[in-house]
Write a protein that binds this ligand. Sequence first.
Ligand SMILES: [Zn+2]
Length: 114
Amino acid sequence: MARYSNKINKIRTFALSLIFIGFIIMYIGIFFRTHPIVMTIFMILGLLAIIASTVVYFWIGMLSTKAVQVVCPNCGKPTKILGRVDMCMHCREPLTLDASLEGKEFDESYNRKK
Ligand SMILES: [Zn+2]
């Protein structure tokens, strides 16, 4: 995997993996059938991971409304930019909304500078 990717996609991948982790934790809980308390703890932890993922999905929805939709100059597809620099969802072309950063090498640290 590339070091940089589109932020919205990255968060979406994280939310998806949380669902899988949740189900894996609940599945492990089944092995502790004979210990109801341990099983319950695993079930609750698994449920919490799934709840967390829905929260993250909700957060993506909020971020998406704030992200700027642009047409990628490289592949011509619509994509969303979050922050000062971000990458195209389709072709990983670095994109910026800040004219002063245009032509400079892609660096995620630009997002942290004021
Ligand atoms: Zn593109």
